[in-house]
Design a protein around this ligand. Structure first.
Ligand SMILES: [Mg+2]
Length: 242
């Protein structure tokens, strides 16, 4: 079994709990996801968190009326349960990048610019041929930046602050109840999840990579359906052991 009663469970959302959709807005939760997450929270004493590039607001809308613990925007935002959200300061250089991304969005139909306040994502899923052009423009703009970095995920570029990553937010959550003194497990599908994999392993925990691709995780699951099924089985098994 992948999850035990001492686990602190960290879950990416898109591509891990739900299938990747053509647009981020289309990634509606499948039937049964919210009850599954609630079942996990009950079984793990609340030690379940969604670590996503999405904002907390966005995750809340997906999971409504549930208020999950969320590390949002790669850790720039964090909220434990229904507590108050905590946010990192935003960078001044971000204003320049915001303008550049807005103009890229206007000049390339199909490109979608998502302003998360603390980070900006440029989604090219609908126009994959724009990958190079967008990447070059962003790389050039960030060539001299000390405050910001460019990362590439699945069909998305994202500009964010260095040190703002899922590993950092996993570490912060692990210092607090109800996560503290538990064993972390991170499940994710994308390059941005590798930071959280590294931190979970560093803290004596484990990591599961969803799908193909290079990873430091030592286990894999094929797709979000397999993740949900494995978690369902874990909830059932923890119920039986109580
Ligand atoms: Mg993902």
């Amino acid at each position: 079994m992948i999850v035990g009663q001492q686990t602190a469970l960290f879950l990416d959302y898109d591509g891990t709990l739900v299938d990747l959709a053509a647009t981020p807005e289309a990634a509606r939760p499948p039937h049964g996801l919210v009850p599954l997450l609630k079942g996990l929270e009950t079984a793990l004493g609340g030690a379940v968190a969604i670590l996503s590039g999405r904002t907390i607001t966005d995750i809340d809308q997906m999971l409504a009326p549930m208020k999950a613990t969320v590390g949002g925007v790669h850790g720039a935002e964090m909220r434990v349960g229904d507590g108050a959200p905590e946010r990192l300061e935003t960078s001044e250089e971000m204003t320049h990048i915001r303008r550049l991304c807005a103009s890229l969005g206007r000049s390339t139909p199909g490109l979608r610019v998502e302003d998360k306040g603390q980070a900006i994502a440029v989604h090219y899923r609908a126009v994959p041929e724009a990958e190079q052009q967008v990447g070059k423009a962003l790389q050039a703009a960030l060539a001299t930046s000390r405050d910001l970095e460019l990362i590439q995920g699945k069909m998305v570029y994202e500009v964010r602050r260095p040190g703002m990553h899922k590993g950092a937010v996993l570490q912060r959550l692990m210092q607090r109840p109800p996560f503290r003194d538990r064993i972390p497990l991170m499940i994710g599908d994308d390059r941005t999840d590798e930071d959280a994999f590294a931190m979970a392993l560093h803290l004596g925990g484990s990591a599961i990579k969803v799908g193909e691709g290079t990873t430091i995780a030592r286990s894999r699951l094929p797709d979000p359906l397999a993740v949900r099924q494995a978690l369902e089985r874990a909830v059932e098994s923890m119920k039986d052991n109580q």
